[in-house]
Design a protein around this ligand. Sequence first.
Ligand code: CTP
Length: 414
Amino acid sequence: MRIVLGVGGGIAAYKSASLLRLFTEAGHTVQVVPTEASTRFVGIATWEALSGHPVSTSVFDAVDTVNHVRLGHEADLIVVAPATADLLARAAAGLASDLLTNTLLMARGPVFFAPAMHTEMWNHPATQANVAALRSRGAVVMEPASGRLTGKDSGPGRLPEPSEIFAAALAAAAPVGAAAGRLAGKTVTVTAGGTREPLDPVRFLGNRSSGKQGAAVAEAALAEGARVRLIAAHMEVPVPAGAELVQVETALELRVAVHQAAAETDILVMAAAVADFRPGELAENKIKKRDDGADPVITLVRNPDILAEAVQRRAELGSGPALIVGFAAETGDGTSSVLEYGRRKLERKGCDLLVLNQVGRSLVFGQDTTEVRILSPQDAPGTEPIAVAGTKAEIARHILDRIADELDAPLPSH
Ligand code: CTP
């Protein structure tokens, strides 16, 4: 593979020498493109000697080979390590201020960033927004490692070990199983997390969804070679590297994002915990305690059922996702079992598969392990689908296997 190794101006630049070695020893051709600032940490001579190729920071060197266009075009993979806050900002803004940022703009293949900076810089909303923008365009941005930083401080911001960057970058270039991925060439849209319904500028109605299951489904779909779009409401876990992120807050925002995505989606997985109700009115200003001591009254209105709508729109338009998958969390009660409630929900929503979770007070939400049964309208009456227990990652792989099986089998016309 032809790899461009971009080196940002941070103290961790020296670690990229080991990364370069790992790439070259694995048989890859590496062109190093440092930023001007990084050459204060590691000089050009080091990169030329280790890579065996001439190295420059500027678009005005080797102009005859049109380096600033060629490098990005020809690269099978671009890895930026360390990616400083400044470099992430320039890449997110689309600046072309040196050879490396030109190369990033000309990239045709996967782009991978391994950030390194102080914790405050990493956590700063500006950096987080830049990371989100890069991820939404399909770049892979690793989470930095935690530990001792350059000064006396410690926390997230350390450059991950070269061996970790090496493995993750190659995985980004060819997602695990992508060659034989059962979903190669397919687009999967996953909704995840819990919606937040605002009451006033500071308060909202939310739920306990962590987004773990949706994130795990997105990750499993990436591993099967799919293009993955993650429509994320509030999540407590990171967005899987490689997924295109659409950030939403409310059920109504999620609805717009889902219907927009549906036209170019093969598989829609509705793992988000969508609020069934929202406050009827959004107060413009913070709701204050009343002087007369009266309790406030909040009127709730129904949110649309997005999953049912997606099924209905597919029928009306005669196009849309080949497979629509819903989730249900049920406790069962004196009148009906978990399975009976699941079957009724499957019928009501009209989706192609329903992933049924049994929930109790401490079960499922935020937990790492869970137990599911996958229901289909094609199930023979009276049969009980087998329950599969495992971590959310294992459950996600089970769901993706079932999805791939359904796509392989001739589908009933919708
Ligand atoms: N869902 C949706 N829109 C809603 C509510 C839920 O698209 N307004 C989706 C969820 O993403 C999930 C499935 O519907 O895939 C089941 O959600 P659940 O909350 O269990 O179903 P409800 O219809 O709310 O049923 P219940 O009466 O049990 O609350």
